[in-house]
Design a protein around this ligand. Structure first.
Ligand code: SF4
Length: 475
């Protein structure tokens, strides 16, 4: 659950990278960083904190260059330490090399051990440094970045979207199953690749398309070329991007997230109507669901919880104590909208149940008579090994409880999770093209001790040159 961006811009990349990272802030609030390449010179600035805290005008002025990459981080693999903050800069065979990554490998230990046996040392505990080591190892042999990425992809197992600035070009590649999102956009003076299309919007750019699973893009001031490195018979886009992670105004793999959430809200009403005075979202991620429910039911949409917008998301805060304290500071109920009323309360998901229980207590203390909870995802029953800091099975409230037991635990009047089929229908991708690991316990890559829907990855050697005309011309 990180955000990455890479930009080529004839007018300089530091400010565009800053704005793009700002748009991706929801994907990680622990740290932020930017690396730029100017000729042979690499510059970087990164630190713990929010994007607006890490950068100032003077820092951005010093980050001169026309190619650069940026990252906002929430840690999944690797400790919360300054050396793990991305992007990483390296010098290799006389050339600068900057890399940033979103995702999680499931075979990092094995790959690290391979290099350590050969005497290589690592400065961080991140997957990203392992990816960089694999690329450098093959670059040393072949001198070709395409060959290096091909070899790297053949050895990585897990999820990865990567941006890499090297030798006068920006490279971007995505894992063969397309688990983590990555899209390509055109701006007034260049191109951008980013985790979500909202970063392209922030630069007043145009979304060109998603980076295809298994594809490598090379972007320079002259345009974009594409090499299809691997091909699989299906994809495995993370279903939770649509449910929770992505911003509602992002288009992920061709689908507007807001539309998915609104449709789910409508289906929640069809599956579990409630006799209520108001439909209230848990802000902000419950809002589009609640609008869909209210439109379908005719029950008025009513804001009854107001969010303090200057706090991080409780779900991705690193300790239970921090999460519990955060709920109370983060939301305040509007007593007038709740007193004596029966409400439908809509949220995107229930993870541990702690947040839902505290919100329900808060709403009940504000006078609500009945609280009918409706949830935009099916029960989360299993952990994520592919890039999201989900709790262990033992901590997940639905891993060993049925719907009635969860309702009882969170103290709602009634509870309904969206059905799996309705969720898939709202997204519009076939179920087989989505990762549903945390809902089904069935993962798209082999994970030790877990059931896998392993897929054959076929390595291709197909190069598509996408000239400027393909994108309607650019600077
Ligand atoms: S397990 Fe869940 S959160 Fe993790 S990648 Fe798959 S769908 Fe996304």
């Amino acid at each position: 659950m990180c955000g990455i961006v890479g930009i080529v811009d004839a007018g300089g990349v530091s400010h565009p990278l800053y704005y793009a990272l700002y748009a991706l802030q929801h994907r990680g609030q622990e740290s932020a960083g930017i690396s730029v390449i100017n000729g042979d010179r690499l510059r970087k600035h990164k630190a713990q904190g929010l994007v607006a805290e890490v950068f100032d005008p003077e820092t951005l002025r010093r980050l001169e260059g026309q190619i650069g990459v940026g990252h906002v981080r929430y840690p999944t693999t690797g400790a919360n330490t300054p050396e793990n903050i991305q992007p990483f800069n390296f010098r290799f065979m006389g050339k600068g090399f900057a890399i940033a990554h979103n995702g999680n490998l499931v075979n990092t230990r094995e790959l690290r051990s391979y290099f350590e046996q050969a005497g290589q040392i690592f400065c961080t505990t991140t997957d990203t440094e392992v990816i960089a080591a694999l690329i450098a190892d093959e670059l040393r042999r072949s001198g070709s970045i395409e060959d290096a990425v091909r070899l790297c992809m053949s050895r990585l197992r897990g999820s990865y979207s990567v941006v890499l600035a090297y030798d006068g070009a920006l490279y971007a590649f995505r894992d063969p199953l397309g688990i983590k999102p990555l899209c390509l956009g055109r701006t007034a003076r260049g191109h951008i690749v980013a985790s979500e299309s909202v970063a392209i919007d922030a630069l007043s750019g145009t979304l060109v398309r998603d980076v295809r699973p298994g594809e490598l893009l090379r972007i320079t001031g002259d345009g974009v070329s594409s090499t299809r490195i691997t091909k699989v018979d299906r994809t495995a886009h993370c279903i939770f991007e649509y449910i929770y992670f992505a911003r509602a105004d992002s288009v992920i793999d061709g689908v507007l997230v807001y539309d998915v959430r609104r449709k789910i809200g409508k289906r929640l009403h069809e599956e579990a109507p409630a006799d209520a005075d108001a439909v209230c979202p848990v802000p902000d991620s419950g809002t589009a669901y609640a609008i869909g429910y209210a439109q379908a039911s005719g029950v008025p949409f009513t804001e009854s919880l107001i969010k303090n917008r200057y706090m991080g998301r409780t779900f991705i805060m690193p300790s239970q104590a921090a999460r519990e304290q955060a709920v109370r500071i983060k939301m305040n109920p509007i007593r007038k909208h709740l007193d004596g009323r029966s409400i439908v309360l809509i949220d995107d998901s229930i993870v541990r149940g702690t947040t839902s229980r505290r919100i329900i207590q808060m709403i009940r203390s504000a006078g609500a008579r009945e609280i009918h909870m409706r949830i935009g995802s099916p029960p989360i029953r299993a952990p994520c090994y592919l890039g999201v800091d989900m709790p262990t099975r033992e901590e997940l409230i639905a891993s060993c409880r049925d719907e009635e037991q969860v309702r009882d635990s969170v103290t709602a009047t009634s509870l309904h999770y969206i059905s799996f089929d309705a969720l898939i229908e709202a997204i519009g991708h076939p179920c087989d093209n989505l990762c549903t690991g945390c809902l089904s316990g069935c993962y798209p890559v082999a994970i030790d001790g877990e059931h896998a829907r392993a897929r054959e990855v076929e390595f291709l050697d197909e190069t598509l040159q996408l000239g400027l005309d393909s994108f309607g011309g650019t600077a």
